[in-house]
Design a protein around this ligand. Sequence first.
Ligand code: API
Length: 279
Amino acid sequence: MLQFTKMEGIGNDYVYMDGIHQRVPMDATFISKISDRHFGIGSDGLIVILESEVADFKMRMFNLDGSEGKMCGNGIRCFAKFVYDEHLTKKTTLQIETLSGIKTCELKIENGEVTSVTVDMGKPVTTCREIPVVYDQEEMIDDELVINGIKYRGTAVSMGNPHLVIYRDNLDFNLEKIGPHFEKDPMFPESVNTEFVQVIDEKHLKMRVWERGSGETHACGTGACAVMYASYLNHLCGPEADVELLGGHLQIAYRDGHIFMTGPARTTFRGYIQEEDYR
Ligand SMILES: N[C@H](CCC[C@H](N)C(=O)O)C(=O)O
């Protein structure tokens, strides 16, 4: 039997499994089958809680296609809530090891409940080589690019995972049709998470996202951070902004060279599965 907890961060929902006290399969077949919204638990992917040699815990995150993400903003908020709620720690300030380095999470506790989490998401990166983006300039900041024969203006940012930010007058368009072309374009050697942004005002940004490995999700925490920083670089917002996503709002701030993200984390249900049922 495998114990799991289903959690969501503004609608970006993952299956969480304690990999410290049970052996959690992390292969693409298992992950895509448990993520199926009709034949499985249903989620945007799997997040595993592990021990760390260098931090309080280690997070491994997998998109619903089984590809491993290097960081997950909504996921790490729920991860921090999970380890606190499951009494794996009493700390309310947690260091969590990810493939994109150690992230610090501050839990906000009200009446014994974790109501929100603030994460130091680290330094945003805009050098194309590090994102990575194959491009003829060192950075892509409001610069032209062609995807599937269509010209766009984009800003590329890494939050430990690759993002491309594109501005639009409105968000009423067929994302399903164009999203996969960005995800598969060879200019992104490690694929890319693509965000489409409508600037409401200098403190309010609205976005949709086509995530690498998961398609359109209700929210993307790293994407919201990339959107805020790209908007700051393009003088479209100040050092703090409310980012509105399909599933809810995140508060993003740029301070001392770091991006901070604050938002909710919620447990929806717990359960057990038999691994052999997902083979
Ligand atoms: N699809 C992303 C990982 C999940 C990121 C997103 N769900 C978030 O909250 O940051 C990637 O492969 O880079």
